[in-house]
Write a protein that binds this ligand. Sequence first.
Ligand SMILES: Nc1ncnc2c1ncn2[C@@H]1O[C@H](COP(=O)(O)OP(=O)(O)OP(=O)(O)O)[C@@H](O)[C@H]1O
Ligand SMILES: [Zn+2]
Length: 739
Amino acid sequence: MTTTQDWFISVALPVPLRNTFDYRLPTEADPTANYMGCRVAVNFGHQAMVGIILSCHQTSTYDPAKIVAALEILDHKPLFTAELLNLCWWAADYYQHPLGETLSTAMPTPLRQGKSSAPTLAAWQLTTEGKGLPETALKRAKKQQIALQYLLHNDFLLDADARKLDINSTTMAAMQKKGLVEKVERVPEHQAPKDAADQLLRESPLALTEEQEAALSQLSFHRYTCYLLEGATGSGKTEFYLQAIARTLQAGKQALVLIPEIGLTPQTVARFEQRFACSVAELHSNVSDSQRTNNWLAARDGRARIVIGTRLASLCPMQDLGIIIVDEEHDLSFKQQDGLRYSARDLSIYRANQLQIPIVLGSATPSLESFYNAIHGRFAHLRLTRRAGAAKPPTISRVDLRGKTLTAGLCDASVAVLEKTIERGQQAIVFVNRRGYAPSLLCHHCGWIAECPSCDANLTLHKAPYHLHCHHCDAQKPVNRHCPQCNSPDLNPRGLGTEQTEQWLEERFPDTPIIRIDRDSTRQKNSLQETLAVVKSGKPCILIGTQMLAKGHHFPNIALVVIADCDQGLMSADYRGPERMAQLVIQVAGRAGRGEIPGQVLIQSHSPDHPLLDLLLTKGYHLFARQLLNERQTAFLPPFTHQCLIRAESKRPQNAIDFLKMARQQLSSLMPPSQQLQYLGPIPARMERVNERFRYQLHITAGSRKALQKLLKEGIEKIDQQALARRTRWSVDVDPQEV
Ligand SMILES: Nc1ncnc2c1ncn2[C@@H]1O[C@H](COP(=O)(O)OP(=O)(O)OP(=O)(O)O)[C@@H](O)[C@H]1O
Ligand SMILES: [Zn+2]
């Protein structure tokens, strides 16, 4: 007879090592059970850790005498489905990241820490006193009466159902105070998805426009295809998603919807809940840890039929996934910039392919990568060129700033149009690319500029509260009264930030609400939603904001959009600068005229005749993107080539440089440079010093993705074995988005 003593498990642990670890199965475990994908508690050195079981076997390549027993198996049911394990495996391999850390990235924090994976749902039930009440009680508190009536007919009221009945937590808390209800935790029941199919929709779908109809008829639901939905702003991409998802749900399958970070979620979730009667689970950083865990498990168990989330949702287990939607697929937030540097979009394309299901990448301004794939037939290209409903595309004009006086970033002509817009009782957006009051503080007498002591960066001046702030290392300082160099009191803000425009507009339009939307103003949970409620009311107001305002909001009363400065993107040193500038301009401009009011867009620029800007504004994003693609091809740049960055940082610059020299040597000994493989570096990062550390990088550009992957697979392993690799902080970034 075999005992658990004869069984070994291989475990992936969240440590920066690329191998897995063998343990004995704990004595109380059942060797015939399937533990693959379950969490296990183990001792690793002197530390207790939570790992994931990858396999169970009767032999080990290590000396069995030295293998210790694992402490405890933490799950009854695998947390990682075989499909998710495979996905993480691929991600670890492709992005050159340790598997254990990759699996850890996929899990919500409580699960990572070893907390229980038994899902629970918060619910209310009547106390004995509550049960004694007649249905007609609580007449004076309508909402409480609705809750009471519900509870007299049902055993309990789930928090989620309370929301659907429009009963909020204050109502329930009031009833609890009266001793009528109490809080309980329910184990969720499994809801058979097929039963729900006939009562799927809560509202009837819109009649599709011709273009939407044509695009939807091209979707095939039973095999893998990656669709690029290139749809103008306001063309009704969301309606397209909703109807594609309805068909998926009808077939008894789940849908996964990925959206960019910040702000968008509540709006999108509301749209989905309004349409569908089934359960919609959210996965993003604004959901509490315990709720995130429950939602993650609900997706695994199939209780959640639609999962909506940011990048991190792409690594969630799904019982029976039928479609993936990536909205605003060009958005940078889909790429993680530390740890596992994955692209949620690219990962999802791989996932859809493995599952043989459709994936839709939607955007008005597709990334050049996706655009290229669509043109070359790797993706199916769907287009929506016209706005849905009555809305017309906005008229866009350029405002030449040369020789004009600027106040808080705006010239007189733009202010005059703003004034008219407000007089007409309409709303406007002023787009300013930087937060804070001014990007630097300058001594007018000697030219001294306030710099961050730890970074190669100027300190940003903020007025509310009044201080100097480094946007790179987060250091904060009081504002100097005198120049530390020449002692002159003549210190002045230089450059433009959102706070400055806000302050000036408040003085200029004292009777109009001025609403600033940037990372500083929306730091608190839900505050963005509260602010946006004012905009939704439709009353005249002026919104000032950064990129956050560009992303997918639908405000029907915005008549005017002013882009204070689009020159930065045109002059950028990053080859992606023009692409990003164009996406931003089209997205921000796309907020104007989405309802019945026609939209107008003013683009202020010191180089209004710049050929790229001209191309974008006269020919549109599609032709602009084609031209950029031609330029990229000539310059041996992505998407025609494939890149990897190896980054290193250290307190002494030489350490990082030495490490990268070694890395370059190791790699080029495997594959010497050629026309199809270029090495560049070590070179300093764009900002060389951040937070007292010097940052360098090695760029590798290859003509073929396969060759690059082969090089990395063999090369990183060799680099890993060098002593320098253990002494240096370094990372690998495959398909980097910021170089
Ligand atoms: N078939 C349709 N008939 C009537 N109205 C529609 C239809 N499809 C969409 N709409 C409406 O058009 C407006 C814009 O749609 P939506 O927000 O989906 O645009 P979008 O393509 O996602 O734009 P963006 O990329 O700017 O976010 C919404 O008010 C939506 O209700
Ligand atoms: Zn700093």
